[in-house]
Ligand binder design. Structure first.
Ligand code: DX5
Ligand code: ZN
Length: 221
């Protein structure tokens, strides 16, 4: 498993989304935050925007569903052609059934955990998922401070994945920057969402290269 960089367009220029995706052409995926004003206070983009990014964008879409009705919407976003669909453990009634539905529709299935949600109840379910997403801020907004208190959860999750022998990725989302990415990678994350760090940079592509190099140097399998 390699290092994956997935910039979030939450704070990009919405009038020029095509150009904003072109700025990050050396990224692995574009991370799209879908918010419903129930699971989190904010509203962001929905299915039509995501569909345009899938069909007309130049990078595979990594969808992050911060929505209460995960059981309804995760299959819809998989069916739209998202490469990966992250739904929240706190929002789904049946994570295994949902992961299987998402797989059947051809997408990778990822389980997202809010900071207060432990990985322990999900350890036996790891073989059902392609990725565990560990939120390193409270979901809802870009530009928040990385929560160092999440590092032990990343370590426990990596340990549990190692025991399965499976290639399950760990994504961290929130506050990832040049200042924090090494700690997250050293703890066992291999997939990094970065919003403001990338979009605030004058040269977004150079920022991605730097983040990738820092992660690569700190990640130890
Ligand atoms: C927060 C979102 C993140 C956010 C990351 O709820 O899920 O994807 O856009 O942005 P930064 O990197 O600015 O914290
Ligand atoms: Zn996100």
């Amino acid at each position: 498993m390699g290092i994956v960089i997935s910039p979030s367009i939450l704070n990009a220029d919405y009038l020029n989304l095509g150009g904003e995706v072109a700025r990050i052409s050396n990224a692995d995926y574009v991370h799209v935050d879908v918010m419903d004003n129930h699971f989190v206070p904010a509203l962001s983009m929905g299915a039509p925007t995501v569909e345009a990014l899938v069909t007309k964008g130049t990078l595979p879409v990594d969808a992050h569903l911060m929505i209460e009705a995960a059981d309804h919407w995760a299959p819809v976003f998989a069916d739209l052609g998202c490469y990966s669909v992250s739904f929240h453990a706190e929002a789904t009634a049946a994570p295994v059934r949902l992961a299987r539905e998402v797989h059947k529709l051809g997408s990778r299935a990822s389980l997202a955990l809010r900071p207060a949600t432990d990985i322990a109840p999900y350890i036996d379910l790891l073989p059902e998922f392609d990725m565990i997403m560990i939120m390193t801020v409270e979901p809802g907004y870009g530009g928040q401070k990385f929560l160092d208190v999440m590092l032990p959860k990343i370590e426990r999750t990596r340990e549990a994945i190692r025991r399965t022998g499976l290639d399950v990725w760990i994504q961290v989302d929130g506050g990832v920057s040049q200042e924090t990415i090494e700690r997250a990678a050293a703890a066992g994350a291999n997939n990094f969402v970065a919003g403001l760090a990338v979009y605030r940079a004058e040269d977004a592509a150079a920022e991605i290269d730097t983040l990738r190099a820092l992660a690569l140097a700190s990640y130890h399998g």
